[in-house]
Structures are given as structure tokens and as C-alpha cells.
Ligand binder design. Sequence first.
Ligand code: AMP
Length: 521
Amino acid sequence: MQAVGFWLSKRSQMHPERIALTVPGGEGYVHVTYAELNRRVNRLARALRSAGLSRGDRVAILSLNCPEFVELLFAAAKAGLIVVPLNVRLAVPEWRYQLADSGARLLLVGPEFAAHGPVLQQETAVERVIALPAPGETGEYGEWLAAHSDDEPVLPAGEPPVTLDERFIICYTSGTTGKPKGAVLTQGNQFANALNACMTLDISGRDTSITLLPMFHVGGIGLFTLPTLYAGGRVVLPRRFDPGEALRLIETERVTVVFGVPTIHRALLQHPDFDKTDFRSVRFFYSGGAPCPLDLIRAFHSRGLAFGQGYGLTETSPTHFLLVPEDFQRKAGSVGRPALHAEARIVDANGRDLPPGQVGEVVVRGPNVFKEYWGKPQETAAAFRDGWFRTGDLGWADEEGCVTLVGRLKEMIISGGENIYPIEVEQVLESHPDIVEAAVVGLPDPHWGETPHAAVVLRPGASLDSAALTAWCRQHLAGYKVPKSFTVIEALPRNAAGKVEKPKLVTMLSEQLGAKQRPSA
Ligand code: AMP
């Protein structure tokens, strides 16, 4: 079986003039054909190898969505290199950690982040930073590519061919230990994701998808950028999500498939242009990445728009469960069944299968499930039980095998589709001189789904300065991880085993914050 780079070479031979990408450039958007994309990818694959990168070396990218992101994925695939996408919302120490941990030797930075280049080379293995151009421009990156041939790259003599087992992408996800872990996805994992998405949802060369998720998340790569290009379809790739622009593009580019996290779909729905937009080209809207409220699904359905939901994790590349269009109405709220090449079970705390209707942990298996956490064999082993990956999500299956998620075993907050592990925020708070202890919980938010809130125990004599704590968090953490409120308490509620009782804290903070928002009598 040939690996990911092969798809593009093949497509560029089969239909060189077909449009692969529609991207910002010049005054508006421009089209890139499969032949053009493949030629640029070939140049980049050669440029990366000429820069001294060897098989399995890591190349990081810190950028908004852009054609160069797609080029890097395919070039790395052809050259047997590993891409490390960095979340643009993180703070400098967080980027540095991921660069150092992955050992990335080269970093591509978008124009918005160019100023961070030098500081990201400090205490990391990054030897060279290459600036990506603004839309429509050539820049350092363009000149770098121009210096190399656009012929298919050839691996050095004696080097084995790139196979599906090749490590391809390291996506950082946070975890219970506080520090993010790099989930290693192979080319085979992305191939399985493409097959699962295309074969389960009938995505074909006639489809045009729009990528509204950032490509630094595996969702932006796998839903449905790479699957659409695998199928020979077209991807519309705005730089960042803007609801008005997205609606305009859906109409003018005749988009057929729209993927988003619930916050994105809600923003589309609430935009004044939503009801004026011509959606006749759209086959379906699709949600994933966070719980999708039923009222949101119904709002699309009530306008005659097909809307479905899937579920997966970074570790599953990410597609694992998909609701098929036939079930969009009948099973609204369910995340569907495992995709064509994926399996799942619902198990109890001892790993025993549970019957339909009973809530348990979702465990999964399939060719889309990640290989390992980068450099963390113990964490990798702990993530699996008998070959099944433990998702940490709770759900139940109905008699037809469709799963509904009801909660999480893991302590994770999802805000606008971005995951927040409380421990990471708690550690930053507890490193502040005024704070003895801190606990962070998620509270419901109408726009973001959930937002983080903190309860803090102060040192004797210290007083709460929310602005200072916010600034402290911002220095160390991505903006979306910074607690929206700080509440002083005398002691954290703990159970007999000394574990902080988060559910109690949720009730306490909800009541206190609710009371604060009510006008005083
Ligand atoms: P990530 O690794 O960032 O893709 O986050 C994966 C987590 O997002 C899962 O473990 C779930 O908790 C959550 N998630 C993804 N899709 C859904 C969904 N459709 N409904 C509810 N939660 C979801």
C-alpha cells in the first residue's frame, strides 16, 4: 500500500487541471490545481532534505491555515519527515516545550508569528526558522522552493521507501500529568482517517469541503482537508474562521461539506447573513470535537439543512465515530457508529462489555488509532488495555450500535473545541506567590460550551487581585486556558482520600457566580 505522498502524485497525473485548493491570494481567492500543488510539494520535499533533514526528523509549523500547511504535510509524507503543528493560541513557554520535546530541527512560521522566531530557537533544537509568506506573496519560503526542482523527490540510495507505518504527524494533546504529550500519527493513521471519512460519508471527487478548523489540530487536517484531497475533491481554505466570510465562501464556492466544532456552527447560525445564504450546494454540515447541543442540531434541521455529528480524539486521527446521513434526523444527538474501518466497545471499570443502554467507557481500536506518545512509552502503555485505546469518554450504545456520549471520566474542559486540562492551569496558579492551592473546573457557557473557572486558596495576608492573576496565567498559558473568574475559598473541598471534589466545586462556583451576576436586593 502506498503512503500519503503517493496520493497527490497520483492525483496530479490523473487530473492535473482539477482544482485541489481554493486559497486567499491577490484580491480574493485563487485556485491551485493538483498539478501545481504537486509541483510545489516536490520542491518543498527536496528543499527539506537539502536543508539537512534526514528520515524521521521533525519539522514544526506555527501558522494560520494556508496552502503551505498542506504543502508541508505532503512534502513531509514524500520525504519521510514528521510534521509538528503548533497551536497558534499557545503562549511562548508552551510552544517552546513542544518544540524541545519533539526535537524539531526546522520551524516554518507564518507572518503573524515571525517575531517569535528567534525566541523559539532558544532552548530548543530548532536550527533554522523559515518565514512563510502572506497570501499572494513569495517571500523567503517561495525563494527557497524556487531553488529546487519540481520533479518527484527521490530518497537517497539505500533508504527504504516510505510506508504506511512511517511516523507522520506529532499532535500535542494535554493530559492528566499536566505537560502535553505528543500523539504520534502515522501515514497509515491518516490514510485510515481518509478512508473512514470518505467511505462512511460518501466524500468523493465531486465534493468541495471548507476547512474551518485550524490545521494545527488534527481535526483541521483530517476533517476533511486530507480526505477531500485523497478523494480528488477541492478544499476551500480560509486563513482563519470568520463566520461572515465562511458563509460567503460556502455560497460562492458551492461548498458541499462543512465541518466545524459546535462553537463554529453556532457562530454561523447566529450571523445576520445565515438566513440569506444560499446553501443549496451543501450536502451536510458536520460537527465534532465537543458535545453538540441538541438545540443547535435542531436549528439546522428546522431550516431544512442536513446536520450530523461524529466523534473522535487526536489519538484517533481524529475520525472514529460517524453518524451517517440516513440517521441525521432519527438519531440526532448520537455520534453514530464506528466508521467503516474502526471498532468500539462500551466497557465497565474492569474492561467488561456492557449491554446496550448502559453507560460505560468508550474504548476503540482500528487502523486510525495512534502509534504512541512521543518518547513516553509508559503513557502509551497506560492508554491501552488489551489493545483497545481508552478514550476516557463515557457513553452508551443503543440496540442499533449508535453511541451517545454522556460525559467524561477524564478531567477535561472543552472550550470552543479547545481542550483544557485543569491540572496545567492549576500548576500555573499554584506557582503564583499569593496562592497556596488552586482548583479549576469548567462551567457551562452559551458560546464556548464550557469555560474554565478557578477556586483559589490564598496565602495568609494576601488579597485577591484577579487582574494580576489573569496576567500571570496569560504569560504561561494560551488565552483560552486562562480562568474567566477567580473565587477565593478557605480550603478546597476534598474527599476522604484527599482528592479535590470537583463536582462540589462546580456547584459552589455556579451558585456564587450566579449570585454575583444577579442584581443585589
Ligand atoms: P481532541 O483530542 O482535542 O480531539 O479531543 C477529544 C475529546 O473531545 C474527546 O475525548 C471527547 O471528550 C471530545 N469530543 C469529541 N467529539 C465529541 C462529540 N461529538 N461529542 C462530545 N464530545 C466530543
